[in-house]
Ligand binder design. Structure first.
Ligand SMILES: Cc1cc2nc3c(=O)[nH]c(=O)nc-3n(C[C@H](O)[C@H](O)[C@H](O)COP(=O)(O)O)c2cc1C
Ligand SMILES: C=C(O[C@@H]1CC(C(=O)O)=C[C@@H](OP(=O)(O)O)[C@H]1O)C(=O)O
Length: 388
């Protein structure tokens, strides 16, 4: 299974095409919309999120609530496009640079300058429109389809905020806790401790007041993955490495940790590795889960615990210095709008990119064109490894 996305941030729409889904899998528009709406929430977002109301249109590959086995194509319309029709339309436009809103001032921390150098664009709008994190809406749509597949295989996944600007969530949530607490409309920074949540929101307010931005740490927890998904035989079949790649591919993500993560470098082996136990009901399991559910590029059957590290948003109201590519003069740009913190939204994005990698790995290991057969195959495998 794979997916592609297309679309510019202020263009007409975002498109996602997913290929390789089995037929006869239940899939509803609501499954995807719920994820899209969660991604739009989050304290610290800018004005753009007040313009957009992300809703998916399923254009192909689904009939009467079930997949057909043919490519699934999904569309999300950009409501902001109506303000950009001339600038983002496909028809030729006047040479008047003001009218075209040509971008010649690259923003530090964005793809602007490197993208311009690579593709030869003297108008960096041609870079920023695609490099924008608006594209993560299309990725969440793909991930929501993958999450639906996982859910029907009794695998649950959730992403939440672990840390914002150095303020840490105090709890280690389990799936039951996540379901109970959820992600509320008013304060989608997911932590059980209201006090910590308030501190995070205060830090976001302060950053905004200072014209600055902040980053943080997101975490994804997965329960129900059987042991032995992924492989140790080749670098590109190691599931932890694929997940790491997909997490770092999210805009502004600069690192990944599994389980205790970088802490492992400072501990002895006896404090890091997870001892193996067995009982009749559960089969093999671990006394601890410090390695976050991965060994040798494969799942261990324990919950997967994955952290993503997000840098602060690069566009600042108190802007950094840069150089105009036409005049070569230094400037301090003024900006119109930006998020000051997108960590809560990014936690939802991370949940969905991880979901896609997991669903893909399962389909590689149990290749079935019909979803009921995939479900059956996974169930037999679960029984097999329990008694192994
Ligand atoms: C959900 C989300 C929202 C974002 N919103 C903004 C934003 O409003 N302003 C901004 O400058 N960067 C924003 N970013 C980050 C930039 O898209 C990203 O830093 C930039 O494309 C450069 O990519 P890199 O940081 O991965 O190198 C956002 C990222 C995510 C995941
Ligand atoms: C549109 C989204 O995020 C955008 C990501 C983004 C960036 O530079 O990455 C910049 C902002 O967009 P704009 O320049 O239109 O204000 C964010 O709102 C979204 O998440 O759907």
């Amino acid at each position: 299974m794979r997916y592609l996305t297309a679309g510019e941030s202020h263009g007409k729409q975002l498109t996602t095409i997913i290929e390789g889904l089995p037929a006869q899998m239940p899939l509803l528009r609501e499954d995807i919309n719920e994820s899209l709406l969660r991604r739009q929430k989050g304290y610290g977002r800018g004005k753009r999120m007040q313009i957009e109301k992300d809703l998916v249109e399923i254009m192909s590959g689904v009939r009467h609530g079930y997949t057909l086995g043919s490519p699934v194509s999904l569309v999300i319309h950009n409501d902001d496009f109506k303000h950009w029709t001339d600038i983002m339309g496909e028809d030729p436009i006047s040479d008047d640079t003001k009218l075209r809103r040509i971008v010649t001032k690259p923003r530090p921390g964005h793809a602007d300058l490197n993208g311009a150098l690579k593709y030869g664009h003297r108008d960096m709008r041609n870079v920023l429109e695609r490099s924008s994190a608006r594209e993560t809406a299309a990725r969440v749509a793909a991930g929501a389809v993958a999450k639906t597949l996982l859910r029907h295989l009794d695998i649950e996944i959730c992403g939440y905020v672990k840390e914002i600007a150095g303020i840490k969530a105090t709890d280690q949530p389990t799936m039951t806790m996540i379901e109970k607490v959820g992600v509320s409309e008013a304060s989608p920074v997911r932590t059980l401790d209201k006090n910590v949540e308030q501190q995070m929101m205060d830090a976001i307010d302060q950053a905004k007041k200072d014209g600055d931005s902040i980053g943080g740490v997101t975490e994804v927890c997965v329960e129900g993955m059987p042991a032995g998904i992924g492989s140790y035989v080749h670098y590109d079949r190691k599931l932890d490495s694929r997940i790491a790649g997909s997490v770092v591919s999210i805009n502004a993500f600069k690192g990944v940790e599994f389980g205790i993560g970088f802490e492992a470098a400072r501990k002895n082996g006896s404090e890091v590795h997870d001892e193996i136990l067995w009982d009749k009901d559960h089969g093999y399991y671990r006394k601890t889960n410090r390695l976050g559910g991965f060994e040798g590029g494969m799942t261990t059957g324990m919950p997967l615990i994955i952290k993503g590290i997000m840098k602060p948003i690069p566009t600042l109201y108190k802007p950094l210095q840069s150089v105009d590519i036409e005049t070569k003069e230094p400037f301090h740009a003024s900006i119109e709008r930006s998020d000051s913190c997108a960590v809560p939204a990014a936690a939802v994005v991370m949940e969905h990119v991880v979901a896609f990698e997991l669903a893909k790995a399962i389909l590689e290991q149990f290749p079935h064109d019909q979803f009921p057969k995939l479900k059956q195959a996974l169930e037999s495998y679960r029984n097999e490894i329990r008694c192994f």
